[in-house]
Design a protein around this ligand. Structure first.
Ligand SMILES: Cc1ncc(C[n+]2csc(CCOP(=O)(O)OP(=O)(O)O)c2C)c(N)n1
Ligand SMILES: [Mg+2]
Length: 383
């Protein structure tokens, strides 16, 4: 907690952002991280119950997705990695839709085709499984914003491993040359699949920006206030035309690459390493900070025991509210699994262009296009 507190006043520009946060915003950050953790627990439970085969979790890394997503404004664009589900719900996607993506139901935006999900209408660009492929996409989004004279910011994430790909290099190099309003959050969780960072990269993560001639910055990826403030400061600079930036957030993956290799991940790092990062749990530390040092969360003037009592009560109420919300989302998603699974023919519909039934308005009226009684042919795919 001493490290945590020291961070909050280490940088004057960030300190001002943090001090300006209203109680409602602080509770929002807390609820966002709890929502993300509970979303992941729901997925893990489904794996154990045999409902899904595996899940890619962000346990221990919640502060990165929540702090960054909440620092953006309406109209900004995010591009999460699969480990950043929290960025999706904090930018407006219902948790039930995130869960439906894993179940492959037809009443979700990917219509059961992919668990990588998002919602472009809400400014959430879905990832795909090729690491760092959103970097060139976001360079294009940034270029479009700049050419239209817009004031939005486009923010996407790469892992420490993904930051070493050709897609990252080509995409970000062009972003730097074009001076686009893009923030790349380098989520350094110290590992890529089963390879520790020191085995896949000789250069320090936080110096990557210098290879592209642009400014970079670092934040404590387990301290949601530091992540929030760092993002807010860079977003402001982006809106003034000073982007792009790389923001390195150091954190730690408290588990496997996905649920299937938890045991291997435990062998990859020492128990002491896990204990060290466990003590820095982003939710637990934020809760402790709010209890010990935070302002009265009801916005009234209170001190000492009265302040602690009200904060304890409001945090418990927040947790109960979000728990009920996620439980309802789990029930809604499981209901979709019983009632809204896609037809096999749907797999090839609208892949390249709207299929005839959709073009004729079928999809617009909410009807699922069908190719009844005959095999799907290439003409269905071409639309
Ligand atoms: C271009 C590409 N290469 C390899 C893979 C296989 N792969 C999937 S995730 C992963 C490691 C990702 O590590 P990192 O970027 O650090 O993200 P993290 O999973 O740690 O969040 C790899 C190698 C892939 N999906 N895409
Ligand atoms: Mg990684």
């Amino acid at each position: 907690m001493a490290d945590y507190r020291a961070r909050l006043s280490a940088r004057e520009d960030r300190r001002r952002v943090i001090e300006a946060l209203a109680p409602r915003a602080l509770l929002g950050l807390y609820e966002g991280m709890v929502r993300f953790r509970l979303h992941d627990i729901a997925l893990k439970r489904w794996v154990r119950q045999g409902i899904i085969s595996k899940a890619w979790l962000g346990t221990g890394e919640e502060a990165v997705a929540i702090g960054t997503a909440r620092a953006l404004r309406a109209g900004d664009v995010v591009g999460p990695m699969i480990r950043n589900a929290g960025a999706c719900h904090e930018r407006g996607m219902p948790v039930a839709d995130l869960l439906r993506a894993y179940l492959g139901t037809a009443d979700q935006i990917t219509r059961g085709r992919d668990l990588h999900t998002g919602d472009p209408a809400r400014g959430i660009i879905p990832p795909n499984s090729m690491m760092a492929n959103l970097v060139p996409v976001f360079t294009g989004i940034g270029l479009a914003i700049r050419r239209r004279g817009g004031r939005q910011v486009a923010l996407t994430y790469v892992g420490d491993g993904a930051s070493r790909t050709a897609a990252f290099h080509e995409g970000f190099n062009f972003a730097a040359v074009q001076r686009v309003p893009v923030i790349i959050v380098l989520q350094d969780n110290q590992v890529a699949l089963g390879t520790r960072t020191e085995s896949h990269s000789a250069a320090p993560m936080d110096l990557l920006h210098s290879a592209y001639g642009v400014p970079g910055d670092v934040c404590d990826g387990n301290n949601v206030l530091d992540v929030y403030a760092a993002t807010a400061v860079l977003a402001r600079r982006c809106r003034r035309g000073e982007g792009p930036f790389i923001l390195t957030a150091r954190t730690f993956r408290m588990g496997g690459h996905a649920t299937h290799d938890d045991a291997e991940a435990r062998r990859l790092f020492s128990p002491e390493h896990f204990r060290h990062w466990g003590r820095r749990d982003p939710i637990g530390t934020f809760e402790a900070y709010l209890m010990e040092d935070g302002p009265p969360l009801d916005g009234r003037r209170r001190a000492g025991a009265a302040r602690r009592a009200v904060n304890r009560r409001l945090l418990a109420e927040s947790e109960a509210r979000v728990t009920a919300e996620v439980e309802a989302a789990v029930a809604a998603a499981l209901l979709s699994r019983r009632s809204a699974m896609p037809e096999p023919e749907d797999a090839v519909r609208g892949v390249y262009a709207p299929a005839p039934a959709e073009a004729a308005g079928g999809a617009a009226k909410g009807r699922r296009p069908r190719v009844a009684g005959r095999r799907v042919s290439l003409s269905d795919v071409r639309g």
